[in-house]
Write a protein that binds this ligand. Structure first.
Ligand SMILES: [Fe+2]
Length: 307
């Protein structure tokens, strides 16, 4: 094998070592990398992403690259599959502070979510590459929702086995119904032009299409309700499950150095951008790995009544 694998302390995710991205990646190495990704969900490549070409070459080992449908941020003209996450643009979108530290404005914060969970077929994965890092903060955190499912009690597993949840696209982080930090405030909200997404219904417990393991399909940012359940019971159960999945026992937090790359399996993980001080410079490139697997179904809009 053309690389080594090291487990990350805490048991969530792995690190790949000694992979030379200046060389071609052989089909055998590509297969080993893909299997390691499917097996672990979160793969760290420290100090290996020296260029856009390195990132794109490595990303293509895991599937076709998608162009993200939410184009509120900038893409790279020469590489449309590359999303550019840059501090100046992020500061024009949303600036946050916490009640406990009103003078510490920060940007680039995104609470726990899985990408495109508000659609019927979310992308399979994504990879971030740090180009420039802020003086402090800017970490990204991931949760393994297979580990979170495995840790549920047998009673809870039985209770949620056949439940379904509704997800809705949430245009403001402060509108999230679940998992919200009550001390989080927004100082500035810029204009965004999002496409519209109809609500979708997903299974709450889902089997990973490749490895067959059960996933707790719970993405707090876009979570609306459990279908066919009394609202107070639904809220109570979802609060319990959100507290379980986000209790940090199942998480890995990456403190970025330039040229680090982290790949995740979006079908079985949540992630959160922890934010960094307003005024700090940060530049991250992202690729998105597609995957045409149906997980949910769109809730049909009611037909318009005849005039
Ligand atoms: Fe995301």
């Amino acid at each position: 094998m053309d690389f080594e694998i090291k487990k990350i302390a805490g048991g969530i995710g792995i690190e790949v070592l000694n992979l030379d991205l200046d060389e071609d990646i052989s089909p055998a190495t590509q297969k080993h990398l893909y299997d390691a990704w499917i097996d672990s969900g979160i793969v760290v490549f420290k100090n290996m992403g020296k260029s856009i070409e390195h990132q794109i070459k490595l990303s293509r080992c895991f599937g076709e690259l998608d162009i993200h449908p939410v184009k509120n941020l900038v893409t790279n003209n020469r590489h449309p599959e590359l999303m550019v996450l840059e501090s100046t643009a992020q500061a024009q979108l949303s600036i946050y502070y916490r009640d406990s530290k009103p003078d510490h404005a920060f940007v680039g914060f995104i609470p726990w979510h899985s990408d495109l969970v508000f659609t019927s077929n979310p992308n399979h994965g994504a990879m971030l590459r740090a180009v420039e890092t802020p003086s402090t903060g800017g970490e990204t955190a991931w949760i393994d929702t297979i580990a979170a499912y495995d840790a549920l009690t047998a009673d809870m597993k039985e209770r949620i086995e056949h439940l379904e949840v509704e997800y809705r696209f949430c245009t403001s982080l402060l509108d999230a119904k679940f998992g919200r930090d009550p001390g989080l405030k927004m100082r500035h909200k810029g204009e965004r032009h999002f496409p519209s997404f109809p609500p979708v219904i997903h299974p709450l417990v889902w089997r990973h299409p490749v490895n067959g393991r059960k996933i707790l399909n719970l993405s707090p940012l876009h979570l609306e309700r459990i279908t066919d359940m009394d609202e107070s019971e639904s809220t109570c159960l979802l609060d319990t499950l959100v507290a379980h999945v986000t209790n940090r026992q199942f998480s890995y937090i990456h403190a970025w150095q330039p040229d680090d790359m982290v790949l995740w399996d979006n079908w079985r993980t949540l992630h959160s951008a922890l934010g960094y001080p307003l005024g700090d410079r940060r530049l991250v490139h992202r690729t998105t790995i597609g995957g045409d697997v149906q997980r949910g179904r769109i809730i049909a809009e009611s037909p318009a009544l005849p005039a």
